[in-house]
Structures are given as C-alpha cells and as structure tokens.
Design a protein around this ligand. Structure first.
Ligand SMILES: Nc1ncnc2c1ncn2[C@@H]1O[C@H](COP(=O)(O)OP(=O)(O)OP(=O)(O)O)[C@@H](O)[C@H]1O
Length: 731
C-alpha cells in the first residue's frame, strides 16, 4: 500500500514536471522565472521520492489505543488526507525508538520490517505489553539490530533509521540551541548519531535551517567520502560537508607533515600573531620624500602618512577596505599641495585644476609610496610572506622562541597545509576583500535578489499552493522560489552559496572526530555559527593529533565559557567483545584512560597475533591474512592498516594478487581491499582488519596510543595483528 502511494506521488510529480516543461520559454521574464522555479521544485521532490525507495518503511507500532502507525523514511498521506506513514523524525514517531518494556509509552508491540529494496525479508516483533505477550508466541529480541550489525560492509556508511537505539535517539532529538558534546568510545554510533541528528534538525527546524544551512565537518577526505551517502539516503541534500582541509574556500590544503608545526599553528596565540602580521603591513617613511606628478615634485611627509593612516583606521574597516580611505586621503592632500605649487607658479592664472587628483592617482611615484605604506594583501599572500620571511615572522610573533619560529619556516611557494586553513581564515577576516569591487558586486546581487523576491511574491499570489504530500517541505514561500531560481535561471542552493563563501554563517554545525581539533580550528568554526548551535561528537581517548585535547571542558571552555551539555554513548555496536577486550587491554597498558564499553556481540573470531621473523616478510604475510579473511567472509571489506613506511610495498604486494580490487583510504565502491595508514583509519570500519607492526604505529604517533587503539577497533568481525618488533604492552 505504501509503495503504491509512493509510485502514485511519483507519477503525479512527473506529470506536473512534464506539463511545466512543455510550456516552453514564452512570456515575460517573470513567467519564465516562475516556470523554472516550479520545474526545479518538482525535480527536487522527485529526487526525494526516488531517494526513499529503498527500504521505504521499516517500523510499525501497535498502540494501546488500537491505532497502528507505520514509520518510514518520509511522511505519506492519501488523497483523503489520512496518514499512511510517519516520517521517522516526526514527534509521534519518537516512541518507536524510545519505548521499552519498563516504560511502554502506550506501545503494545513494536515491529521491525526488514526490507531489501521493496521486498520484505523478515519481520521481527518486540512485544512490550505483558498481556499481549501471553497471548502470542512471537519472538522478542533485537534481531533487526543484530542483522544490521553483522551485515557485510560496503565501504560507505549506511543509515540506521530502522534501528536507532534509545540512548542515541535522545541525542538525535535534543533541542537545536546550544553546544552539545557527545562523548563515546569507538563504534558507539557517534558518526551515525551526528548525521541523523542533522537530518532530524533539518526536518524539525526546516524554515530556519534551510536558508542558513547546516555544516558538517569531518577529519579528512577519506572520511567524508565514507559518510557522504548517509544524508542523501535520508532525503537530505542541502548540507555542506567539509573536511578540515577544505575549511578555507578556494584552498585545498595538504597534510601538515610535522606534528610540532601543527601544534604551534593550532595555538590560539596565532590570533595575535596574525593580527600583528596585518599590523606590520602598514608602514611609514622615516623622512620626507619627493614624489613626481606630471613633472612637478611634491614633498610627502611622515606626518601626512600618519594622518591618513589614522583616518583610515578610524573607519574600523578591515585592512584592505580601510586602505581605500588611506589612499583617498593621501591623494587629496598631495593634490592640494600640488595645486598650491601650481597656483604659485602661474601667479593667479586660474587654470582648470579638476584633473589634479587623477594626475596624482596615476603617478607612478605616488602609487609606489602608497603601496609601500599600505600594501593591498590577500590572506594567502600574507601567510606565505609570514612563513617565508624570517624577519617578518620575528616582528609579528615575538611570543614564539627562535626554535619555534624556525619550525614554521616555509618556502614562499609551499602549498598550504590543514593547519594553515584556520590561519588563512583569520587573516581574511582582518584583511577583508582584496578586490574593492567585491562589495559593490554583493550589493548588486542583493538588489537583484530583492527584485526577484517581489516577482516571486506576485507570482505566488496567483498560484499559491500547498504541497499535497506531507513529504518534507511544507508551504512554498517566495523565498523558496527565489532560492531555487537564482539569477539567469541558474540555480544556486543555500548550500552551494555557503560552500564558496568564507563569511557564511550556518544555522547549525556538526563536528565529527572533534577531539582532534586545534584551538585555532575551533576559533574559526565558532565564527561560522554565531548562534553557537553545535553538535560535537568524538572520543577523547582516540585523540591522535598534536593538538588533541585531553578533556572536553579543556577543548571547549575558551569558546563556550563552560556552557555545554555532555552526553555519553556507552555501547559499542561495531566491534565484537573479543576484539574490544584486546583493544582495551592495549589502551590501558599504554596509559590511556578509557571507560570500558558494553558490546552487543561476543563475536565468533578470536583475534590472532603473530610474530614474523623478518621485516621483508610483512607484506607477504599481510597478503596471506587478507586472503584468509576474503575466503572466510565470502563478501565484505578487508583493510590492512600499516605504518607509512610500508604503504607502497603492501599495496604493491596486494595488487599483484588482487589487481584493481585494492584501493587506498576508503577505496571506491568497487574496491573491497584497502591499505591505509592508522591516521586515515579514523572513523572508518571494515569486516576484517590486518594491523601491521603495532610498535611502529605507536612510534608514528610519538608514543600516543590513540591511533593504535583506533586501528584495533575498526573491525566488525575479525582482527589479525602481524609484528616483527616486540609487541607493545597489553597484547
Ligand atoms: N542503532 C544502530 N543500528 C544499527 N547500526 C548501528 C547503530 N548504531 C551504530 N551502528 C553501526 O555501528 C557502526 C559504528 O558506528 P559509528 O561509525 O557511527 O561509530 P563511532 O562512534 O563514530 O565510531 P568511531 O569513534 O570508532 O569512529 C556503524 O556501522 C553504524 O552503522
């Protein structure tokens, strides 16, 4: 019945779309823009209806009242406006995740429908009402959850809407305002919860979040591609996803190879260093200097420069924008002097002097002098100057010692790193737009938008309508039409505009693997959401970066002033007990303080730990372990987590046997074997994992056990450890 309704809606939308398209590009601009807006909207609805096709419905609630509610990926009603299915995010659907036998909340039976595409593979009932339990013989367990947890991995994270657990649901549905930190050990569903929370917030605060947008920040591109399909599968596409390397629009930053440099650049002190660096770009002259304007020499004094700089500063505008005031002021003063000189020479002969300012402005001498005193600078130029010119850095960063400053030294053309991204942002904030016309362009666009809005409002007065299926959107507003129909028929969503705009402020920000963020990264992210509405998820114990915090209060205090909620997740859904035991033993033996996690599964595979005689044998033994797992699993994903030194060798050895099936990082969907270093394994998961040379993985992280702990907790089924060197404590 539900699929029939879905098909019906789809057909209806296809019909409407075809009709709108067949109208052709005739009529006034307003008509055309109206037509395009509706076409785009129907296309969006269709895309949404298509996205929910797989496993459309997954739950049913039988209530004390006798009512039966279906829970699915979106809300559906029939032509008589009777409700057929509830969106999982609707308030009335909450009990599906929250009801327990102890606290039934009016639920007699919860049914999980396990579908593959459109076909029911199985159903499972949890009978919460003792009377009903006596009447029936139905099973009572967590089969749906277990089926989801033991399913083979694909290399892309899937949604968990069907089996969200009560402790997770509480977090997903928490209020929008404020900073919420979700602490949880490996595999507790932090990433899953963070993404479902984003979907929930977009649903329940649609008006506010649709225009402002939601930003999701994760550690690296491998991780971002691992999670990129979750929100679209929930019908949500308007979210901006960014790795830390992409935080500064237009710059694709590379890794920061030296952890000491990462730590230095991550300090909050860098705010002062960047401010001083900008300040030092304003200079003056030590003695009067003559400039030549159209053959006439004019004397410019340090006082004139100081006066103009003072005037510019008084505007409180960013550096590049204030420069305009400085230049105007200087040009005026020089022109006045020039006028006096010319007047004296011509002895009262009143020539036309209106062009003097233009003459001053185009004098080469004047331009050189003004640039010397107030050079226009982009954030990129400022930062590469700072790293490549030791005397400039010394002047801007007296708080750093010589050794620290030497560490920061780079060639002027060196690529920017992940740790530079927040510094670029900070610099851009103080420098403002380099291009003076940028402000005018923005004003022009705003004016255009106002005109569009008026048009759209008029258009909607005529064709005001409400979407009949209660899918995700509600009423169409003029704002929607304008957003859908940006200039020249080209569509730019809020998300698309936000992605390229450094100054965009979001309605909500989700940060994953947040324990790794440096204070500078937090500083910049806080600016992206002045309302301070954040979901921050991570695990302090997994911290591996040089700036990783040792507690949430330490990490967040400077930005939230202690105002935050901390929630904890306590069950590891990914990794079986036997593997968790080993990982926890290694963590504890190496001084990491962790809370032991509950697990859902015991696991059927005891982790194996093998000593190998020779280093050269490691790639061969890795291939053997991978082979064994592939045979045992039938299908699934196997990863080799190896020290950086062995990456190429291991990959080559595996490629010899498996060819294109071997990938790096998260791999592609066609690759079921991946080789990756421990720092890239963060957040990912595999059916089986081969961890190679743990002692070296520990060394790579300067003895911090976080990365090794991460590596050991990646498998959903099996773990193999291979080592030539002595094993670290705890194995
Ligand atoms: N309620 C659930 N139902 C089904 N699967 C779940 C549920 N909760 C978590 N999982 C699964 O458990 C695995 C681990 O989840 P996730 O990656 O979100 O954990 P994490 O806490 O971010 O882990 P880590 O810190 O180790 O990266 C994923 O495969 C996820 O789909």
């Amino acid at each position: 019945m539900l699929y029939a309704r879905l098909d019906e809606l789809r057909q209806e939308k296809e019909g409407q779309l075809a009709q709108v398209r067949s109208t052709g590009a005739v009529g006034t601009m307003q008509n055309i823009s109206e037509r395009d807006a509706f076409a785009t909207m129907y296309e969006d609805r269709l895309a949404q209806l298509n996205a929910v096709d797989d496993r459309l419905v997954f739950g049913r609630l039988d209530l004390d009242s006798g009512e039966c509610r279906y829970i699915g990926r979106l809300g559906l009603i029939n032509d008589e406006r009777q409700r057929l299915m509830l969106d999982w995010r609707a308030p009335e659907a909450g009990v599906f995740y929250q009801a327990t036998a102890f606290e039934r909340r009016g639920v007699r039976r919860r049914r999980h429908l396990m579908l593959r595409r459109r076909e029911v593979q199985g159903i499972e009932d949890e009978v919460l009402d003792a009377d009903l339990l006596r009447e029936t013989e139905e099973n009572h367990g967590d089969g749906a959850l277990l089926a989801a947890l033991t399913a083979r991995r694909t290399g892309r994270m899937g949604d968990i809407v069907a089996t969200i657990q009560a402790e997770q649901d509480r977090i997903i549905r928490a209020p929008l305002a404020g900073v919420m930190v979700v602490q949880g050990g490996p595999g507790t569903g932090k990433t899953a919860v963070a993404l479902h929370r984003a979907a929930y917030l977009l649903y329940s605060h649609r008006e506010r979040l649709k225009s402002a947008g939601v930003l999701i920040v994760g550690p690296g591109s491998t991780f971002m591609s691992y999670i990129e399909r979750v929100l679209p599968s929930l019908g949500e596409t308007g979210v901006v996803m960014s790795s830390l390397a992409e935080l500064y629009p237009g710059v694709q930053a590379v890794e920061e190879p030296d952890p000491q440099v990462a730590e230095l650049k991550g300090r909050l002190d860098m705010v002062d260093v960047i401010a001083a660096a900008v300040e030092h770009r304003r200079r003056t002259i030590s003695a009067p200097r003559k400039v030549c304007v159209e053959g006439v020499e004019v004397k410019v004094t340090p006082k004139m420069i100081a006066r103009a700089q003072e005037r510019a500063r008084a505007t409180s505008k960013p550096y590049n924008e204030a420069r305009t005031t400085f230049v105007k002021s200087m040009v005026r003063e020089i022109a006045e002097k020039l006028e006096r000189i010319l007047a004296k020479r011509s002895e009262g002969n009143e020539a036309d002097r209106s062009y003097l300012a233009e003459d001053v402005r185009s004098s080469r001498d004047v331009r050189v002098l003004l640039n010397l005193c107030w050079m226009p600078r982009s954030a990129q130029q400022l930062l590469s100057d700072l790293w490549s010119k030791p005397e400039y850095l010394a002047a801007a960063a007296p708080q750093l010692n010589e050794r620290e400053r030497a560490l920061l030294r780079r060639d002027a053309d060196a690529p920017f790193t992940v740790s530079d991204a927040p510094l670029l942002d900070e610099a851009a904030e103080l420098l403002g737009d380099l291009d003076e016309s940028a402000g005018r362009e923005e004003a022009r666009q705003q004016a255009q938008r106002r005109r569009d809005l008026e048009n759209a409002e008029k258009a909607l007065e005529n064709t005001y309508f409400q979407l009949e299926d209660i899918g995700v959107d509600g009423v169409v507003s003029a704002e929607d039409v304008v957003a859908l129909n940006a200039e020249s028929g080209q569509r730019l969503t809020a998300a698309e505009r936000a992605r390229v705009d450094r100054t965009w402020t979001y309605g909500h920000v989700v940060v994953d693997e947040a324990q790794e963020l440096s204070p500078m990264q937090w500083h910049v992210l806080m600016r992206r959401c002045p309302m301070k509405s954040f979901t921050v998820v991570g695990d302090i114990a997994q911290g591996a970066s040089a700036s990783a915090a040792s507690s949430w209060s330490e990490a967040m205090e400077p930005f939230t002033g202690g105002r935050m909620r901390v929630e904890e997740l306590t069950v590891n859904y990914r990794t079986p007990r036997r593997i968790v035991d080993l990982a926890e033993s290694v963590a504890a033996a190496n001084g990491l303080s962790i809370t032991s996690l509950q697990t859902v599964r015991e696991g059927d595979h005891v982790p194996t730990v093998r000593q190998i005689a020779e280093d050269e044998q490691l790639p061969v033994e890795t291939v053997r372990a991978v082979e064994q797992e592939l045979t045992r699993l039938g299908e699934g994903l196997v990863a080799a987590i190896v020290p950086h030194r062995l990456l190429m060798q291991t990959q080559a050895a595996l490629r010899e046997v498996y060819g294109d099936r071997v990938g790096t990082g998260a791999g592609s969907l066609a690759q079921d074997i991946v080789v990756l270093p421990a720092d890239e394994a963060k957040g990912l998961e595999f059916d089986a994992v081969v961890v190679v040379e743990p002692a070296e993985l520990l060394d790579e992280a300067s003895g911090r056990v976080g990365s090794l702990y991460v590596a050991l907790t990646r498998p959903t089924h099996a773990l193999h450890v291979l080592a030539v060197r002595d094993l670290p404590a705890g194995f």
